[in-house]
Write a protein that binds this ligand. Sequence first.
Ligand code: ADP
Length: 341
Amino acid sequence: VLKNMTDGVIATDRKGRIILINDPALQLLQLERNETLNRPIISVLGLDQDYDFEDLIHMKDSVNLNFSTHDTPYVLRANFSVIQKESGFVNGLITVLHDITEQEKIEMERREFVANVSHELRTPLTTMRSYLDALADGAWKDENIAPTFLNVTQTETERMIRLVNDLLQLSKMDSQDHQFNKEVVEFNRFFERIIDRFEMSKSQNVEFIRLLPEQTYFVEIDTDKLTQVIDNIISNAMKYSPDGGYIRFGFTVQDTFLKVMISDDGMGIPKENLTRIFDRFYRVDRARARSMGGTGLGLAIAKEMIQAHGGQIWAESEEGQGTTIFFTLPYELEDEVGEWD
Ligand code: ADP
């Protein structure tokens, strides 16, 4: 029974020395049997700094054993029960170990998320408070200053609204109650229209280069959602583009997927941050990105949406040279599209 359990089980004698340990417990503790037998359980579990064996006998709650290193979390939970005779004489201790790393990770992410949201909302609120205080203290009478101050509070309000809308969208996707309105569209035309819109309205000196194939391809997508994803990627590319830079748009076909790319000549992203830019609230340069009005949620939303379409999204970048964002979408074979029409 002990051998085939997934939980780790350890039994000790009345002095707290290990007399039995099953294989899962050895695996969880990453130890060999001869490193554990006859040794005090308190030191095998790494608890000797905080407890003695007597404490474990009276322990009502479980204890978390944290073996995490700087970059890999690893946490076990230990539950203890005493083997006791009716007379009260303690015969030994049974310890059951579970791996709770995943739970801990989720819990940590949740705490971090709440801290991030609070911080992101506090920043614009503090700014607004100081400007409103100044206005209330008499600045409202100054025709030169008052409009500027009001403008700041308006910008900050807009930013908070954007942030809350982004958060609502993420929470909707998390709860899976979002509906996709998928339709089959010609990807070439769909992509071109978005690029056109940016090209018409751009005020910056950046040039657009289109590297789109002649052949048309069809995808089944929620056009509103995909538009939002591409808008976000292009806005970032424009935001970080230098004056006179180029933004290239293209897609190629790989197996059953279209691989879309949007690349810029901007400042780039350091290698170690390339995957993190898709995390919620992650920004490479916090102060700078925030001053550009970003919420830090755009690419996190893009990732959720692309994954919900069965694709993947990632970034490649050379610092100082530029960034390319890639994403894939499964495409429809044309004879299948025929059936849709
Ligand atoms: P934000 O609202 O801050 O733009 P995103 O989720 O869209 O949030 O992007 C996250 C971060 O990734 C940005 O703050 C920025 O640091 C980095 N980033 C995204 N796209 C680019 C790009 N094309 N060039 C350089 N950095 C980028």
